[in-house]
Unconditional design. Sequence first.
Lengths: 329, 223, 50
Amino acid sequence: MKSMGQTQEDYYRGVRMVPYDLVKELTIALAGVGVLAILFAAFLSSPDVHPVTIATWSQSDPVDFVTTATGELAGTTTSAGYGQPYNSTPDAAQTWGPIAPQVWLGVRIPVDSANAFVIEPLKHASVGDATLGTALTQWQGAASTQQGTWLDNYTKALADATTADGKVSVASGDYGPLPAMMSTLLGVAQTGGLDGLLVITGRFYQTDYTQPLLFMGDGGYLDSLATNEHLTGDLWGMMNETGLYPGQTWLWLYTMWYQVPPFTSDTGFLGLNAGNADLGIIVLMTVLTFLLALVPFIPILRDIPRWLPIHRLIWRSYYSKKTSAPART
Amino acid sequence: MSETAKSAPTGASAASPSSNPSRSWTLRVRQAIDSHLPMDHLLPDRQPYYIGSWVYVFGVVTIAALVWVIVSGVVLSFFGPQWWHDSSVGRFFNSLHFWSVQLFFIFMVLHLWGQYFMAGWRQGRAATWMIGVVIFGISILTAFTGYLSQQNFASQFVALNAKDAMNGAGIGAFFNVLNFGQMYGLHVMLLPIGVTFLVVAHIVMVRARGVVKPIDAEGSARP
Amino acid sequence: MDSPATYLHSGFILISWPNLLVIIGMLVLFAVALVVPFPHGGDHDDVGNS
């Protein structure tokens, strides 16, 4: 296999070589970077904000918790209507013309929001609790139109809910068993039981946090904390870090697209808009990354370094010798 | 090239490989390595005089930062995910890992700028540039899985936000950012192996071809 | 270090001061690397690569 171009002997023929100690250079670099990293670590520490639990969520904002849980039953939450890979809600997935990888890859991580986040935990809690058992039976025995009515009424009432001692109260109305169910679920959540139930999902060992994260993501509490720290997508969130720490500055171009048309508008351009921004931006960034890799072959992009005088600064000793002593090669 | 036949191997071959191609694969591998990357090219004590610029230093400093990322990461993985929250020494190593990563990306991008403005891909070095871009991409993925592995508030929100991008592109079906176990395993084993392998290949390619010459004074179009 | 950062907002650009400092620092470092002379360890006039 002939390497592209000449051997090093040919390449450096006629070039003045100077002593250069690579190993010493690496050692100095290791020491220098080490000192910097140790000093930064010692004096500035690192970001480590405690994670939110379902317990802290339900204690800090019980109305948001109950509203979210009600939304899960109603199928109106983000996760309930997400589409692949969690469920097959029609027209929910991001598509760009015929390109629909979200649909193609299918439902690989099935999540039934209403059952997983509300009904199943309540079934666990109803062991030994006859009142709750009755409420659940009433709920599951009701026709879906009846359930819909209860859900509509309760959701509207929650907009004006009040809290006292961590409990949620709404104006009286026709809500069926919902208040009993939600009050129990809230109680389970506030004691930490729901964190456990949603992570463990019947197993013992577990490292998959899909369910509790999706449930918390459906609510407004986590989102409001994230907005304060500028972590949300519409605030260049991908680049940012909690507190005063630098974030991921190298993601600037990736997150920038989320802030500009067509990815911010509903009408968009060439079929790309806010609705399929994630798909569009991933495609765009993949193309741009390929272009970056192929710079050596792309006219103009590969010629810009010649046109800009930056290389003349880097190699000024070479260029000054060329002008003062011609025909050195 | 007159460096062959340094030692006399038993059996046939080796005096002049071109006239007597050896049937020994081992010998042929050794000769291929010797011809493309002999020791004095891998560890030269001389460099062409034109590398006299601080811009050339960004590459080796990036490697140094990567070493600190890996060393601090190994310590973190040894003691496990609770350690860096619960113990002050653990928190210190978490910080060391965080700042080494910052330094790694800072110097890698400076190295990229330098190589771009020097058109470092010239004269048969396009593959070196391309591997560099791949390293950049895989480093971003490694850092991303790292942020997901912290087990703090940022991990939660990064996971919830990023899942939409992964799902939109379809890969969320098998790359589940909400699955800590998967992300952690990728972060501590698979991706660091990838980065290290590619960085070694990148360095070997630089050493094998030598440092690219300055863009010639006339700025001619020769690639 | 855990208090929220201040952000610079100009048009569609929204950047935290820590991030901006990192980017400015990188630009300064690159410029310095371009300009500061690199020490030459003696001037051995070895020509070529024997």
